[in-house]
Design a protein around this ligand. Structure first.
Ligand SMILES: Cc1cc2nc3c(=O)[nH]c(=O)nc-3n(C[C@H](O)[C@H](O)[C@H](O)COP(=O)(O)OP(=O)(O)OC[C@H]3O[C@@H](n4cnc5c(N)ncnc54)[C@H](O)[C@@H]3O)c2cc1C
Length: 348
């Protein structure tokens, strides 16, 4: 059993920070979590609980992790947050790409069902050549975050007043400290999303993380009944939200262009499917993710225990860094932080 007097501070109250805080509190640790009140990627993303179906032929490792770990999300949190139908749709303009996806789905064991494309009323403006029901769905991120925050409170996590924590490293002890939380903390877990590289740099901790900006859109004129992907051509994703739809397009060769280019790309993708009638309906937004820049790092849950740092990182005896890659895999990321604390007695 963990020593309940041992104290963990989680920096960042997005979906990953809260999942870590809940997992640790449930294991009996004394956990506090501080967030700065900004929305972060957890409250501003496509809102898709990925099954891996869409990523299967392109990023099989990420797809496999999503397929394996999305069920770690408790139904009590997902159920109230679900928007639209409980399963999404993968549509194909032509039948050419279908075999590639079908093979990848079979390989990973992802459960899809072919459906008659003529029966899909929401795709009537641009009837697809083939359609599959896939185990992906959309969530209302505000509701999901509120439910997870309540669960954290119920699990005994101290949610500290909103404050931007400053990470430092004590030159004498080599331990990480956080200003304004002068109380003793045996371990600090950094789950601050895209801000992690800046916080590490401020504390003089060497790392190998990078940041990447992602363009996305909100479309007021589209209200699909289900999460819908067009899996050939430009790979348009349409995710229903409470009053509009979140629009996603993948980058081209890893890059997004300037505002006007991304806006035009999104507008074109919607127009092609008969979904866009007025420019007043479409709003372009940007989000930022933090990712490991080293090859072979697990893109779905990067966890660094700086007591035993990975290559390119400084050694800090009391610091973990957690980056989920996708919120779908946030609980997997949390497990990778908390299990070793329990098993290896990191806090002893
Ligand atoms: C455009 C876009 C679309 C995406 N779509 C999907 C999707 O559909 N499905 C999916 O599974 N994943 C998606 N992702 C990825 C997913 O959003 C992220 O992996 C996940 O939300 C990261 O969660 P997090 O808790 O680690 O970080 P965040 O949600 O960013 O939370 C970190 C929090 O820490 C706060 N913080 C930062 N510094 C400090 C500090 N010093 N003190 C206190 N608090 C601090 C931040 O303000 C923020 O509130 C998408 C990402 C983007 C950008």
């Amino acid at each position: 059993m963990p020593d309940p007097r041992k104290k963990i501070l989680v920096i960042g109250a997005g979906l990953c920070g809260l999942a870590i805080a809940v997992s640790a509190a449930r294991r009996g640790f004394d956990v506090a979590c501080v967030g700065d009140g900004r929305c972060g990627a957890s409250l501003a993303n496509f809102g898709q609980l990925h099954s891996g179906a869409v990523l299967a032929p392109v990023l099989p490792d990420v797809a496999q992790a999503c397929w394996q770990h999305r069920n770690d999300w408790p139904d009590e949190l997902l159920h109230p947050a679900r928007v639209g139908e409980p399963r999404g749709y993968a549509l194909f303009t032509t039948a050419e790409a279908v075999d590639r996806y079908r093979t990848a789905w079979q390989h990973l064991g992802i459960d899809v069902e072919e459906v008659n494309p003529d029966r899909l009323a929401f795709a009537a403006a641009c009837p697809p050549a083939a359609a599959f029901r896939i185990p992906d769905f959309s969530v209302d991120l505000d509701i999901l975050h509120a439910c997870l925050t309540a669960l954290a409170r119920d699990s005994g996590v101290s949610l500290l007043p909103r404050c931007r924590a400053k990470l430092r490293q004590n030159p004498e002890t080599g331990l990480a400290t956080v200003d304004d939380y002068g109380g003793r903390r045996d371990l600090i877990v950094l789950a601050a999303g895209a801000d992690i590289p800046n916080l590490l740099a401020q504390a003089g901790v060497a790392h190998t993380l990078g940041q990447r900006r992602i363009a996305w859109g909100r479309h007021a004129g589209t209200r699909p009944t289900a999460l819908t992907y067009w899996l050939d051509g430009d790979l348009l994703a349409i995710s229903p939200d409470r009053s509009d739809a979140r629009i996603g397009l993948p980058s081209i060769n890893g890059e997004y262009g300037p505002n006007e280019v991304e806006y035009a790309r999104m507008r074109m993708a919607l127009t092609r499917r008969g979904l866009h009638s007025s420019d007043a309906e479409l709003r372009l937004q940007w989000g930022t993710v933090c990712e490991p820049s080293t090859a072979r790092a697990d893109p779905t849950s990067f966890v660094a225990n700086l007591r035993d740092p990975p290559p390119g990182w400084s050694r800090v005896l009391n610091l973990f860094v957690a980056v989920p890659g996708k919120w779908t895999t946030a609980w997997h990321c949390a497990e990778r932080v908390v299990s070793p604390l329990e098993e290896e007695g990191q806090l002893s």
